[in-house]
Design a protein around this ligand. Structure first.
Ligand SMILES: Nc1nc2c(c(=O)[nH]1)N[C@H]1C(S)=C(S)[C@@H](COP(=O)(O)O)O[C@H]1N2
Ligand SMILES: [Mo]
Length: 421
């Protein structure tokens, strides 16, 4: 069983990370005090396409392992065999970079009412970085895996728990072949320790939990990880089959060896009984105005509203902005870089009257799925989606409702500001 005690070392880890990131992140409330969690300190992070390392959130549960690139190895297991040193990864495979919007599946959990346990994220557990490393396809092919064949890849983290759990997550081999990498750099710099030094998995467009940090084992098998899958003691399936499952209160989700679809929204829509946090659901956040200080319109009376929107494996098709708390909506303009698995920037020119306004954004993906308005009552479960609500779930995962992310903006008239005085 996974320990429910607060983790003593968490305090020191958080303080050290906040100091290293020099104010770009702040601690997030974790009722059980088990996680090392810091999130973007300001909404302004979501007005830019690239997230500096200093503003990128951090999330993990176990102590960070002491690692050293010179001696670190990744062992290959299951239907593959071998051991990869960091030098092999760098020299034997093409070096590539991918842009990936990392978002914790618990982002938005803090908006669940009643409150769910664990980390009370608002919208701050998201960021987009460039990750540099070697394609998994190249690594797997070099070890005799030539096609995905409906199999699964399980990555195991080198972080040791003070309980029994092993940090192991499985993704379909098809996704691994498609665009996943083993990364050793973040935004062109050596991977910081808290982000997985010396090497981590990057699963573009999927919830952060799939991007295993401090990877020490890659296993190819017919099934995703279940109890007994790994050649080691401990609880193997906690992070895949129990945590990060979306379900109503009081449920223990059953383990699955495989699932028909990894599209999280399709799972929520009924394809899987208790969905997994795989690809990220459609979401947006306004970055400017940040709501922290009053804003004065430009000479022409407008204010520039800017933010980001993402939709996991799918493209963002449309973003709408409301400046009257959701009464009416206007289309925003998508702009800037377009990379699969990374967010898009949007902007909206707001004809702003002086006073206090509640601004909202809502995105729609290429499959026509739009962010729901609010999080449902606990009883609703799947029926919530029909009512334009996101299903309240016990773990507080995958929440993408738009109303909870409203930003309250005070607009001053130009005279008030005294700009002509
Ligand atoms: N080994 C390991 N990898 C992990 C985790 C962990 O606890 N252990 N946390 C996951 C979760 S829940 C998230 S959201 C992302 C966060 O990545 P970051 O800390 O680099 O932002 O890492 C994932 N990878
Ligand atoms: Mo997470």
């Amino acid at each position: 069983m996974v320990t429910e005690r607060p983790r003593e070392s968490r305090r020191g880890e958080i303080d050290a990370i906040v100091e290293r990131k020099a104010g770009g992140v702040t601690e997030t409330r974790d009722a059980a005090e088990k996680y090392t969690v810091v999130g973007a300190a300001s909404r302004r992070t979501f007005a830019n396409w690239v997230t500096p390392i200093a503003e990128h959130f951090v999330c993990h549960r176990n102590d960070m392992p002491d690692t050293d690139a010179d001696s670190w190895t990744v062992s290959l297991a299951g239907e593959v065999d071998g051991e990869l040193a960091m030098a092999d990864l760098r020299e034997e495979h093409p070096t590539v970079a991918v842009a990936h919007t990392m978002v914790c599946a618990g982002n938005g959990r803090g908006h669940h009412r009643p409150e769910t346990g664990s980390v009370q994220w608002g919208f701050e557990a998201a960021g987009t970085a460039f990750w540099t490393g070697a394609p998994l396809e190249s690594i797997l092919r070099a070890h005799g895996v030539t096609a995905p064949d409906g199999k699964w890849l399980t990555a195991v983290g080198g972080d040791r728990s003070d309980g029994e759990d092993v940090f192991a997550r499985s993704i379909p081999l098809a996704k691994a072949f498609d665009d996943c990498i083993l990364a050793w750099e973040m935004n062109g710099r050596a991977l910081p320790r808290e982000h997985g030094y010396p090497v981590r998995l990057i699963v573009p467009g999927w919830y952060g939990v799939n991007s295993v940090k401090w990877v020490e084992e890659l296993r190819v098998a017919d099934s995703m990880v279940v109890e007994g899958s790994l050649d080691r003691p401990g609880e193997h399936a906690f992070w895949q089959q129990r945590a990060y499952r979306i379900h109503p209160a009081g449920i223990e989700p059953a383990s699955n060896e495989t699932v028909e679809t990894v599209d999280t929204w399709a799972q929520l829509d009924g394809a899987v009984e208790h969905p997994y946090a795989f690809d990220a659901t459609v979401m947006s956040v306004i970055g400017r105005p940040d709501g922290e200080s009053p804003v004065t319109p430009r000479l022409d009376g407008t204010i520039d509203v800017r933010g980001v929107a993402w939709a996991g494996d799918d493209a963002v098709e449309r973003v709408e902005v409301s400046t009257d708390a959701g009464e009416s909506w206007d289309d925003a303009t998508l702009f800037g870089p377009e990379y699969a698995g990374a967010w898009r920037l949007f902007r909206y020119e707001w004809d702003a009257e002086p006073g206090r306004h509640a601004l909202l954004s809502r995105a729609t993906d290429e499959r026509g799925r739009r962010q729901p308005s609010r999080i449902s009552e606990p009883e609703a479960w799947r029926d919530a989606l029909e009512a334009d609500e996101f299903p309240w779930n016990e773990g507080g995962y995958a929440a993408n409702a738009c109303e909870p992310n409203a930003v309250t903006v005070d607009v001053r008239s130009r005279d008030e500001e005294g700009s002509f005085g």
